[in-house]
Design a protein around this ligand. Structure first.
Ligand SMILES: *[C@@H]1O[C@H](CO)[C@@H](O)[C@H](O)[C@H]1NC(C)=O
Ligand SMILES: *[C@@H]1O[C@H](CO)[C@@H](O)[C@H](O)[C@H]1NC(C)=O
Ligand SMILES: *[C@@H]1O[C@H](CO)[C@@H](O)[C@H](O)[C@H]1NC(C)=O
Ligand SMILES: *[C@@H]1O[C@H](CO)[C@@H](O)[C@H](O)[C@H]1NC(C)=O
Ligand SMILES: *[C@@H]1O[C@H](CO)[C@@H](O)[C@H](O)[C@H]1NC(C)=O
Ligand SMILES: *[C@@H]1O[C@H](CO)[C@@H](O)[C@H](O)[C@H]1NC(C)=O
Ligand SMILES: *[C@@H]1O[C@H](CO)[C@@H](O)[C@H](O)[C@H]1NC(C)=O
Ligand SMILES: *[C@@H]1O[C@H](CO)[C@@H](O)[C@H](O)[C@H]1NC(C)=O
Length: 463
């Protein structure tokens, strides 16, 4: 009976599959098909809008609190909150732009600066900090004099993700605006916000007036209130950020000698000019590791041409537990990844027993399904992934308690469904390349059940 009904589920599922994605009909394993389908489905889905299934509510909010009105404008504290669970803003930091509604100027700034002053020739005596109609703002570097700082400023534009470090996920500066309205009836909100973090990928909505922020004084005994507050919300789309993925995944297992490599050209294809061999003499010259202003990477030559490779090795199968080894390798000679994050989705991540040498935090995007988690480095130990070369890798082992009904080594079940590095989704090998369990004990009713169960889980995602 049980077998019958699960068989039916499989049939229903394979119907849905065909409906969702024709390609799946030609794939050898139904279980894999579903994984593949899901991936394709979400790729289509997420490219259509800035929506990330693993962080559906992720955004960066930019809040303007008017703290005082001045004779010709106002002084505002601008606060950027990175509410994304696992996507932080890496060096060289954020760049924020907007368009003034009228002829506003920036008299002065604390904790940040406009990259260009523009034409302030109309002003005599007191000259504004910036007269551009579309000012572009960057954070100050750490270590600026104390009187140029405000709290949460001056981090070189680097902002942690909310999931990894809530306290570090904020960035602020103060701006004094002139030739602006000087009451909440006459002020015009800046518009057309743009956020680079540091590359493209973010799209910002309009500014909207929200209830004024309430602040607690330092001794927490008195509340004060902004005179006026408006918010802007920006969301990320990997599709906008780059045409190609920026990382790829390879697999191996204890039960099969084959290593499933990253797909060729995962992040672009190799040509004579765009990479450097790991044994090249040029690597011995100085300056090879110096980051460039435009952030263009210098990659080690590989067939996948990704700056980052994540390797997932199914290492040991115990009676009640199993163990995975995860290694991340940097192939970019011009980049140290600080505060890196690695996100994986796998149905057994609801039963993580121990993570060795990485920090781990479950992410529960759907509240009900607990199959996604974030790995990140331990402070002062391995939170820095060094540039390509002998030290450009980090690794960890994860001990999982088996979910007895679903655990199997077949059908590639032991491999992750999705992997993200620093908030960008990595290219997985095609389903038919996964390491296969040697041929023994192929027919087994449990397999069918397993298949149905994991398939059901997938359907939950799709619908
Ligand atoms: C931005 O993210 C926060 C935290 O997840 C959420 O509460 C808020 O609703 C989001 N805002 C928008 C406009 O999506
Ligand atoms: C405005 O942004 C702040 C964070 O910067 C957030 O806490 C608040 O909920 C936002 N308000 C609205 C109405 O979105
Ligand atoms: C503007 O300020 C007045 C009092 O100064 C207040 O009553 C009103 O609600 C404010 N309007 C907005 C949009 O903040
Ligand atoms: C919006 O901002 C961009 C970049 O700063 C600028 O090129 C464009 O002209 C602005 N659009 C408007 C309507 O101000
Ligand atoms: C990475 O960090 C090391 C040690 O802090 C430093 O020597 C090296 O120059 C850095 N490399 C890059 C590409 O920034
Ligand atoms: C999710 O799984 C982790 C173990 O990986 C567990 O510690 C946590 O309690 C689970 N959370 C929920 C909401 O089930
Ligand atoms: C973890 O595995 C045990 C053993 O199979 C199971 O009883 C338990 O329900 C699992 N926990 C979760 C959150 O699935
Ligand atoms: C190991 O996996 C590969 C790739 O899926 C497969 O071609 C090969 O037959 C497997 N080896 C054994 C011994 O089953």
């Amino acid at each position: 009976m049980a077998l019958n009904s699960s068989a039916k589920t499989v049939q229903e599922i394979s119907f849905k599959q065909k409906f969702h994605c024709q390609k799946c009909r030609y794939r050898p394993f139904a279980g894999m098909n579903l994984v593949f389908c899901t991936v394709v489905f979400f790729m289509i889905f997420s490219s259509a809008e800035a929506y990330d299934p693993l962080d559906p509510f992720g955004n960066i909010t930019i809040k303007w609190d008017v703290m005082s009105w001045t004779p010709d404008g106002y002084v505002a504290v601008v606060t950027m909150n990175n509410f994304q669970l696992f996507r932080h803003i890496i060096t060289p930091g954020w760049t924020l732009g907007w368009s003034w509604a009228k002829k506003e100027v920036i008299w002065s700034m604390v904790g940040a600066q406009a990259t260009e002053q523009g034409d302030c020739s109309k002003f005599k005596g007191n000259v504004p900090h910036c007269c551009l109609r579309n000012p572009v703002i960057v954070d100050l570097l750490p270590g600026v004099p104390y009187n140029q700082q405000i709290s949460n400023c001056c981090k070189g534009g680097v902002v942690a993700s909310w999931g990894q470090d809530p306290a570090g996920s904020v960035s602020s500066f103060q701006v004094s605006v002139g030739q602006a309205g000087s009451s909440n009836k006459t002020v015009k909100l800046p518009k057309n916000f743009t956020l680079l973090g540091p590359g493209p990928g973010y799209t910002c909505g309009p500014s909207t007036i929200v209830p004024s922020t309430v602040f607690l004084t330092a001794d927490r005994r008195r509340k004060t209130q902004a005179l006026m507050t408006w918010n802007v919300t920006c969301t990320y789309s990997q599709f906008l950020a780059s045409k190609n993925p920026t990382c790829c995944v390879s697999f191996s297992s204890f039960y099969n000698d084959t290593i499933t490599p990253c797909p060729t050209c995962s992040c672009g294809c190799r040509n004579k000019k765009n990479c450097i061999m790991s044994n090249s003499k040029e690597l011995k010259k100085g300056g090879i590791n110096t980051p460039r202003k435009d952030n263009i990477p210098l990659l080690q030559c590989t067939h996948h041409m990704c700056p980052i490779r994540v390797h997932w090795h199914v290492k040991i199968n115990y009676r009640d537990y199993w163990r995975v080894k995860i290694a991340v390798t940097n192939f970019n000679y011009r980049m140290n990844y600080t505060q890196w994050t690695l996100v994986a989705q796998h149905p057994n991540l609801n039963n993580v027993t121990q993570v060795f040498s990485f920090d781990y935090k479950p992410l529960v995007p759907y509240q009900s399904i607990n199959d996604t988690g974030m790995f990140y480095g331990m402070k002062f130990y391995n939170d820095l992934l060094m540039e390509a070369g002998p030290f450009g890798n980090i690794q960890s082992e994860v001990l999982l308690q088996k979910n007895k009904e679903t655990f199997t080594l077949k059908q590639g079940w032991a491999f992750p469904r999705k992997v993200y590095f620093n908030g960008d989704e990595c290219k997985l090998p095609p389903p038919d390349a996964y390491p296969v369990l040697p041929n023994s004990a192929r027919r087994n009713p449990i397999v069918l059940f397993t298949l149905a169960a994991s398939a059901l889980l997938m359907i939950l995602f799709i619908s």
